[in-house]
Design a binder for this molecule. Structure first.
Ligand SMILES: [Zn+2]
Length: 233
């Protein structure tokens, strides 16, 4: 049996553990930091603020129009009430009424603009709300799926940890030390195999005599190019 066999099995277990840990981290980040939700929420809040402002403006506009109408009514009451007889005063009152009515038109135009603005912003707010609800509902589904995946991965992770412990007990301390050191240097992959007469990790051609060495039962053989432990069955 190849001296590298135990380490090769350990590598398979550890690589899967690495994969699971990376995936679990990604899932965690996705659950904690959802950009789609945040931006939909921001759009909704901004639309809400704009709508609120427009509504207040409309209220102000309505009040001004109402006040102006009362002023006109009062002026006309003086004009037609019969209490004012002086032609000069009557003429002034007529002028006032005309001027007040002209200003009323301006105020009514502003009121109409404010109404249109409220209508448009109400539509915009409704659209932002629909969008937010869609994102929230998608997210609920996505989160449920991710939570399930996470649960499955955690179980596999526990099983692999036990397997790791079991495999490690059969490996000599020195070989294990070499393996751990290489794992740190070689981005997690310390042990590789020969596939089509090449190192599976770096692609270097492995000669038949090197392959024979990789099958050695007494000592570890390293890929001449990448330096990883080479396992050949
Ligand atoms: Zn190699």
């Amino acid at each position: 049996m190849s001296a590298a066999l135990g380490l090769y099995r350990l590598q398979q277990v550890d690589s899967r553990i690495d994969q699971i840990q990376a995936r679990l981290r990604t899932i965690q980040q996705t659950l904690e930091n959802d950009l789609a939700l945040r931006s939909a929420l921001e759009r909704y809040e901004a639309a809400e603020t704009r709508y609120g402002n427009a509504e207040r403006l409309l209220k102000l506009s309505e009040t001004e129009v109402e006040k102006q109408r009362i002023k006109i009514e009062q002026t006309e009451a003086s004009l037609y009430g019969g209490r004012v007889q002086n032609p000069k005063e009557l003429q002034d009152l007529q002028k006032d009424t005309a001027s007040l009515k002209r200003h009323l038109e301006t105020l009514e135009e502003r009121e109409l603009e404010a109404m249109l603005s409220v209508e448009n912003l109400e539509k915009e707010l409704q659209a932002a709300k629909t969008d937010l609800e869609r994102v929230q509902s998608n997210l609920k589904e996505q989160n449920r799926d991710l939570a399930q995946e996470s649960e499955t991965l955690r179980k596999e992770f526990e099983r692999l940890n036990s397997e790791h412990q079991a495999v490690v007990t059969d490996i000599a301390a020195q070989a294990l030390h070499t393996y751990e050191a290489l794992r740190k240097q070689k981005r997690g992959i310390a042990v590789t195999t020969v596939a089509d007469s090449s190192c599976e990790a770096c692609g270097t051609t492995i000669t038949p005599s090197q392959q024979q060495s990789a099958r050695s039962t007494s000592q570890l053989f390293y890929c001449p190019t990448c330096g990883r432990i080479l396992y050949a069955s």
